[in-house]
Write a protein of this length. Structure first.
Length: 129
């Protein structure tokens, strides 16, 4: 099954995680780093990602596909005129981004479960400097 997670770009991951914990979401310590927190509730989950300058408050969505689905989904989006970015290999697996019809950014991941949330990319680390 495809999994979707809203991702909020925040100035302070730890502070935001503490706030959402007060609302009843549970933080997954094994999936949390200085740049990412995974918060889970009964009805879904929320990702918190450290924001680059000017990005705080932006919301995007992360869709995680099953292994082997990436190329077909990417081709279908392109064929329907949605203009996905090229597929990129990253430490957590392959991904691309695409904007929905209203301009919301969707990051589409194809990642093995054991890698899907256990990473801290160079880009993310640079946001903390």
């Amino acid at each position: 099954m495809t999994r979707i997670t809203p991702v909020m770009m925040v100035a302070d991951v730890a502070g935001s995680a503490a706030f959402y914990a007060l609302l009843g979401l549970d933080e997954s310590a094994q999936e949390t780093s200085r740049t990412w927190a995974s918060m889970a509730g009964t009805g879904g989950s929320l990702g918190l990602h450290v924001a680059a300058a000017g990005e705080a408050g932006r919301v995007s969505f992360q869709v995680t596909l099953r292994d082997g689905e990436m190329d077909a989904v990417h081709a279908s989006l392109a064929a329907h005129g949605h203009g996905p970015t090229p597929i990129t290999d990253e430490t957590f697996g392959r991904y691309f981004t695409v904007a929905d019809p209203d301009g919301y950014v969707v990051q589409v991941n194809e990642a093995p479960e054991d890698l899907a949330r256990s990473y801290e990319t160079e880009e993310s680390r640079s946001l903390l400097e």
